[in-house]
Write a protein that binds this ligand. Structure first.
Ligand SMILES: NC(=O)c1ccc[n+]([C@@H]2O[C@H](COP(=O)([O-])OP(=O)(O)OC[C@H]3O[C@@H](n4cnc5c(N)ncnc54)[C@H](O)[C@@H]3O)[C@@H](O)[C@H]2O)c1
Length: 364
């Protein structure tokens, strides 16, 4: 039987989700909700979703089995917990939450209630990354030893019409962008055991660059450049940089090196992209084209739905998202203390998707 889905949060990213979720034959989008019920109504109408209203209205619908939480990070745990209490499974946008305690409480409560919490990024379920991970698991570069990950831009206030949340507690490049890159590195190296961070804030205020409030100045209350040295429990390390302070755009840059070569991985904020292998010993360069499905945002919701029906673990698990929050909070603590911080949680990323996994076929 297909799985009923309810979308909470009808903002910027809801278009990408609604377009895809309404195209997956295994899912039925039953309702859209938002604090702004008019915005929810408009998005429901645009995508042919039968109902819209408040969060309470949506949680009361028995046909909604999975709540897709697309609200702003500051209320992610609150909305996800309300869904869990209503007996719903949850897919949440990143980050799953802003601190260890509330995310732990959410995951523990979900276990007690017999429901699941899974979360972004689902980009790593895309064909580009699945192909890259298969190449690494096949030993094409040997055992991964080190990695370099870079994301630097002038910041999202130029294009996002409501960017304040990206520059306040729960935002900044670490919490907004870090989940993509750090989850990708955990997938390659396994769990993190220690981080050492450094960074700062480029400007005290920013100016909205698009939409009806263009020209409005707002305060920046978090570091807008964060660098970290990341050490992994099974060995290996990575250097990462997340910055909204650079006039030079350099994004989606992730290189992993092992004894047999270096792999340039696809952008972790995208679903597609090829992998370039630079093979050691003068063996040359090889481009590995992505093999697999072409779906994008919402793929993780579908994977969760199929995992629920199949009684198997979902791949983009809440525990993986919790570990990444644990790592990011440890980076923040390290910046405050001026010293390295140990990371206690441990997680194993799930199995890769089968090569022929098809989001657009009806399987339920
Ligand atoms: N914008 C992007 O390109 C992008 C990409 C990937 C992921 N995300 C993630 O998606 C999430 C949403 O981002 P966005 O850019 O769509 O933000 P947005 O501000 O455009 O939209 C958020 C929506 O959530 C609603 N909302 C806020 N609090 C609520 C509450 N308590 N109950 C119900 N609705 C509530 C708001 O009214 C708004 O409509 C964030 O976690 C962000 O990190 C955004």
């Amino acid at each position: 039987m297909t799985v009923g889905v309810g979308v909470v949060g009808a903002g910027f990213i809801s278009d990408a989700y609604l377009e895809n979720l309404t195209a997956f034959p295994d899912l039925r989008v039953e309702a859209v909700a938002d604090l702004d019920v008019e915005r929810a109504r408009a998005q429901a109408a645009k995508y042919g979703v039968p109902r819209s209203g408040s969060v309470a209205d949506l949680l009361a619908l028995p046909d909604v089995e999975i709540v897709v939480n697309l609200t702003v990070p500051a209320v992610h745990v609150e909305i996800s917990l309300a869904a869990v209490e209503a007996g719903k499974h949850v897919w949440t946008e990143k980050p799953i939450g802003l601190d260890r305690q509330t995310v732990r409480k959410l995951l523990d409560r979900a276990r007690e209630k017999g429901v699941r919490v899974a979360g972004a990024p689902d980009t790593l379920l895309g064909a580009g990354h699945q192909t890259a991970f298969r190449a690494l698991e096949a030993g094409r570069i040997g055992e991964p030893v080190t990695a370099l990950a870079l994301f630097q831009t002038p910041g999202p206030e130029g294009w996002h019409p409501a960017p304040e949340f990206l520059f306040q507690a729960g935002g900044g490049p670490l919490l907004d962008i870090g989940p993509y890159y750090l989850t990708q590195l955990v997938r390659v190296f396994g769990p993190v055991r220690k981080v050492t961070g450094a960074g700062g804030r480029g400007r005290a205020t920013r100016v909205i660059g698009s939409g009806p409030r263009a020209g409005t100045e707002f305060p920046v209350t978090v570091p807008t450049t964060v660098g970290a040295l990341v050490e992994f429990a099974r060995g290996g390390s990575a250097q990462v940089l997340f910055s909204f302070d650079s006039a030079v755009r350099r994004t989606g840059f992730v290189e992993v090196s092992g004894g047999l070569g270096t792999a340039v991985l696809p952008d972790p904020n995208r679903f597609d992209g090829s992998t370039v292998l630079h093979l050691a010993g003068g063996a040359g360069e090889e481009e590995v084209a992505a093999v697999g499905h072409g779906a994008s945002r919402g793929t993780g919701v579908l994977e969760l739905a199929r995992a629920v029906r199949g009684g198997v673990p979902e791949r983009a698990s809440g525990e993986l998202a919790f570990h990444v929050v644990d790592v990011m909070v440890a980076v923040e603590e390290s910046m405050e203390r001026g010293a390295g911080v140990e990371v206690d949680s441990r997680v194993e990323a799930g199995e890769l998707l089968p090569v022929g996994w098809d989001p657009f076929s009806r399987t339920l």
